[in-house]
Design a protein around this ligand. Structure first.
Ligand code: NDP
Length: 678
C-alpha cells in the first residue's frame, strides 16, 4: 500500500486514522498515494489560522510579506526537478508540468515584486485621495484598505495542483490572511509535496499556511463573516457551495471560478496566405493538447468565417495528426494522459453529447495509439475535433474537460459575437485579426462576456503569452457561467481579500491613522532642513517653506533658448496675448518646477541620495513674467526598503504665487539614506 498523504494542521503533520482512498497514476494506473482526512480537527485548523497565523502575518508590513513570498518562490525553484517528477504521475508532460510548477512559482515572484513596488511598507493601503467634506477642509474623508482578521480557504481543481495553490496563496498572504489549502484529491500528492517544501523551509510564519488533504466536509461550518472561500472546479460544486448556509447567511465570501466554454475567433479579414491563419491554428491546437486540454481557459469553441471553415479545419487536422500521445515522461510525447480514467469517461460522455449536433472530423474518443505506455491502464485520449451543424446548441452548453474543440461558423461579425456570447460567460476569449476595426467591434462585443481577451496578430505574436495562460498581472475569472469570480490582476487580487472603509475625520487624525501626511494636517518646520535628516530622523509632516523668487522675462527667454522649448506662449508676446488661457507671455511649467527645485534643495552632500521621479504634476495657475513664487515641501510618506540601506520619501510639493494661489502641485520622490553614516 502506498503512503497516506498528510495534512498540515495546527502546527504539525497529521495522518488520518483510516487507510484512505487510493490515488492512481494517470499513465500506469499504479497507486501513487492514499488520501483521507478522517480524524482531522477542522475547527482546530480554522482556530489556528485565526489565532496564530493571522496575527503573525498581519504583524508584518506588505514589504516584509513580499520578501517572504520571494524567498518561498526561490526555495520552490530549487525543488523543481522533484516536483516535475511527481507531476508526471498526474499525466503531465514536462511542458505541462512547467505550466503548472514554473507558472506557480513565477506568480509568487510577480506578487513579491508588485507587493514591494506598488504597496506601502505598512499594513494599511490608501485608496484614492482625500475628499474634502466641509467648507474649509477641517473635516475630510479617506478610503483605506485593511486586512481582515479571517481565514482564506482555497478549494482547488485537480488540473493545476501547484499553480492553483500558489496563485491563490500569494495574494492572500500579501493581504495579511492565513490560508487553508484544500487540493483536489486526484492530484493532491503534488500539492502536498509543494506545501511540505514550503513548511520545511520555515519561511512562512506558523499558521499562515495549512493543508487539508481529503474530505473538507464541515469546513465551511467553521467559517464566518471575515473569512473567504476561493473555489476552482465544476459549476455544480460551485453551485453547492453557493447554497451553503455559511455563504447564504453567515457572510462568508465565496469566489467561484468554474468551467467555461471559451472561444477563439478568426477574423473575417484573415485569408489563407496570412500569418494570422497559422497563429490561429497553432493557438487552437496548443489549447487542445497542453495539459491534454484540461485547462479552464482552453478553447472549446473554434469560431471561423464560414468561407474559411474547410481550410481551417484541414490545417488544424494536419497539426493534430502530428501530436504523439503517450507516456508524459517520454520526451517525444506531446500530449500525456487525462488526470484519471474517471475524467476520461466524463470527457467521452461530453463528446457523445456534442455529437448530437456536431460530427467528429478528427480523432476517436474510444481509441488512441499511445507511445511508451499501456492504453488500457492510462487515461489516454486522442485529441478530438468536431464540426458543428449551423444552429448547434450543445457546443455552447457542454464542457468536454479534455483535448476537445468544436468548430462553429459565422457569416457576419454580429453573428460571431452572438456565438461567443452563447457560452454565457467565459474566462478567456481570443480574436485573431489584422484589422483594427474588426478588433474594436469584436473586442467590445465580447468584453461583457469575458474576463480576459487576447487580440492576436503577427505584430504581437513574437511576445504573445497565448490564449490560455492566466497571468499574475491580469485578472483571471469571468462572468456568468465562468463563476463570476475574479482572481489575480496584480494588486487587485490582494485587495479582494481586504476591506475598504471610508474614514471621516480631521486631517491630523487621518494622518495619524494612515501614517501618511494628509493635506491640511500639521506641517512641522524646524531649524534643520529636512534634506539633512536621515530616514530614521525624518517624520511625516516635516516641512520646508522656501524663500520666494521672482521669475523674470529674461528667465523665461533664457529657458526657451537653453532648452529649445520656444513654444509661442513663452516667446511670442502677440501670439501669447491672443491665447485665451494666458493673455500674455507665461513661464514654462518646467521652468517653474526647476526653479522650485532650486528653492527647496539643500545642495551639500547629505542623506538625500537621489530624486527618482515626480508624481501627479499639475500646473494650476499660469506664472507670468515678474510673478513671484515660493514652494512648500512636506514629508508625505516614508517607505523604508527592507533590503536596502535607503528608503523612499514622498514629498508633497506646492508651488504658490505671491497671492498664495497654487501654481503647481506634485509629489517629489526621493531616496534617502536610512542613517546619516550609511
Ligand atoms: P469538482 O468541482 O468536483 O472539484 C473541485 C474541488 O472541489 C476539489 O478540490 C473537490 O475535492 C472539491 N469539492 C468537491 N465537492 C465539494 C464540496 N461539496 N464541498 C467542498 N469542496 C468540494 O471538480 P473536479 O475537480 O472533479 O472536476 C470536475 C469537472 O469540473 C471537470 O471535469 C471540469 O469540467 C470542471 N473543472 C473546471 C476547472 C476550472 O478551472 N474551471 C478545473 C477543473 C475542473 P475532491 O477532489 O476531494 O472531490
Amino acid at each position: 500500500m502506498s503512503a497516506l498523504l498528510e495534512s498540515y494542521a495546527a502546527g504539525s503533520w497529521f495522518r488520518a486514522t483510516d487507510d484512505g482512498t487510493p490515488l492512481l497514476d494517470a499513465t500506469t494506473g499504479d497507486e501513487v498515494a492514499r488520501i483521507s482526512a478522517s480524524g482531522l480537527d477542522l475547527a482546530a485548523m480554522v482556530d489556528h489560522a485565526r489565532t496564530v497565523g493571522g496575527p503573525a502575518v498581519r504583524a508584518l508590513t506588505f514589504h516584509q510579506r513580499a520578501s517572504i513570498l520571494k524567498a518561498v518562490a526561490k526555495h520552490l525553484g530549487e525543488h523543481k526537478e522533484e516536483l516535475y517528477a511527481l507531476s508526471a504521475r498526474t499525466g503531465a508532460t514536462l511542458r505541462d508540468s512547467q505550466v503548472d510548477i514554473d507558472g506557480g512559482i513565477s506568480t509568487v515572484f510577480s506578487y513579491a515584486g508588485k507587493g514591494t513596488r506598488e504597496l506601502p511598507n505598512d499594513t494599511v493601503i490608501l485608496d484614492g485621495g482625500t475628499e474634502q467634506l466641509g467648507r474649509t477642509g477641517l473635516f475630510v474623508g479617506q478610503h483605506v484598505w485593511t486586512s481582515r482578521p479571517g481565514v482564506a480557504v482555497q478549494i482547488n481543481a485537480f488540473n493545476f495542483p501547484v499553480w492553483g495553490m500558489l496563485e491563490k496563496l500569494a495574494p492572500a498572504f500579501l493581504a495579511g490572511l492565513p490560508t487553508i489549502v484544500k487540493p483536489a484529491s486526484q492530484t493532491a500528492y503534488l500539492t502536498e509535496l509543494t506545501v511540505r517544501h514550503i513548511i520545511e523551509s520555515g519561511l512562512m510564519p506558523e499558521g499562515s499556511l495549512q493543508l487539508l488533504c481529503g474530505n473538507p466536509e464541515g469546513l465551511l461550518n467553521q467559517l464566518g463573516a471575515q473569512d473567504s472561500v476561493a473555489f476552482t472546479g465544476s459549476a455544480s460544486t460551485g453551485a453547492t457551495l453557493r447554497q451553503h448556509p455559511a455563504v447564504l447567511h453567515g457572510g462568508v465570501q465565496l469566489g467561484v471560478e468554474a468551467d467555461s466554454l471559451n472561444c477563439s475567433i478568426l477574423g473575417p479579414d484573415v485569408t489563407g496566405d496570412d500569418a494570422e491563419l497559422d497563429l490561429f491554428v497553432k493557438g487552437v491546437v496548443a489549447e487542445m493538447t497542453v495539459k491534454a486540454g484540461q485547462k479552464c481557459t482552453a478553447i472549446r469553441r473554434t469560431i471561423v468565417p464560414a468561407a474559411m471553415a474547410d481550410e481551417v479545419v484541414a490545417a488544424i487536422i494536419a497539426k493534430l495528426a502530428k501530436i504523439t500521445v503517450g507516456n508524459p515522461a517520454n520526451e517525444g510525447v506531446r500530449m500525456g494522459a487525462l488526470a484519471s480514467l474517471g475524467q476520461r469517461d466524463e470527457v467521452r460522455k461530453a463528446v457523445q453529447t456534442l455529437r448530437g449536433s456536431a460530427e467528429i472530423v478528427f480523432g476517436d474518443p474510444d481509441h488512441v495509439d499511445v507511445a511508451d505506455a499501456d492504453a488500457e491502464t492510462g487515461a489516454f485520449m486522442s485529441p478530438i475535433l468536431l464540426r458543428a451543424a449551423p444552429g448547434a446548441s450543445e457546443p455552447h452548453d457542454v464542457e468536454p474537460f479534455g483535448p476537445v474543440s468544436t468548430v462553429l461558423t459565422y457569416e457576419t461579425l454580429d453573428e460571431a459575437i452572438a456565438l461567443a456570447a452563447r457560452g454565457q460567460g467565459s474566462l478567456a476569449g481570443s480574436l485573431i485579426t489584422r484589422d483594427p476595426e474588426v478588433a474594436r467591434t469584436v473586442t467590445l462585443g465580447l468584453a461583457p462576456w469575458h474576463g480576459r481577451i487576447l487580440v492576436l496578430d503577427r505584430d504581437a505574436a513574437p511576445e504573445s503569452t497565448g490564449h490560455g495562460s492566466p497571468l499574475p498581472v491580469l485578472v483571471h475569472g469571468g462572468p456568468g457561467r465562468a463563476g463570476g469570480g475574479e482572481e489575480l490582476g496584480g494588486i487587485r487580487g490582494v485587495l479582494h481579500h481586504m476591506q475598504r472603509t471610508a474614514i471621516q475625520a480631521s486631517p491630523d487624525m487621518l494622518t495619524a491613522i494612515t501614517g501618511q501626511w494628509i493635506k491640511g494636517s500639521v506641517q512641522r518646520i524646524d531649524d534643520e532642513h529636512p534634506f539633512r535628516k536621515s530616514l530614521a530622523e525624518l517624520r511625516v509632516g516635516d516641512t520646508i517653506r522656501s524663500a520666494s523668487r521672482q521669475i523674470t522675462l529674461a528667465d523665461i527667454e533664457h529657458f526657451a533658448e537653453f532648452t529649445g522649448d520656444a513654444f509661442y506662449a513663452h516667446t511670442d508676446a502677440e501670439a501669447a496675448t491672443a491665447n485665451p488661457l494666458f493673455g500674455g507671455i507665461v513661464a514654462h511649467g518646467y521652468l517653474v518646477v526647476s526653479i522650485a527645485a532650486g528653492l527647496f534643495v539643500e545642495p551639500k552632500p547629505g542623506p538625500v541620495l537621489a530624486n527618482f521621479g515626480v508624481d501627479h504634476l499639475r500646473f494650476l495657475t499660469p506664472v507670468k513674467a515678474d510673478d513671484t513664487i515660493d514652494v512648500t515641501l512636506t514629508v508625505k510618506q516614508i517607505t523604508p526598503r527592507n533590503s536596502a540601506e535607503y528608503g523612499e520619501v514622498r514629498w508633497d510639493a506646492v508651488v504658490a504665487n505671491a497671492d498664495g494661489k497654487p501654481v503647481a502641485t506634485y509629489d517629489v520622490l526621493t531616496l534617502v539614506a536610512k542613517t546619516l553614516d550609511s
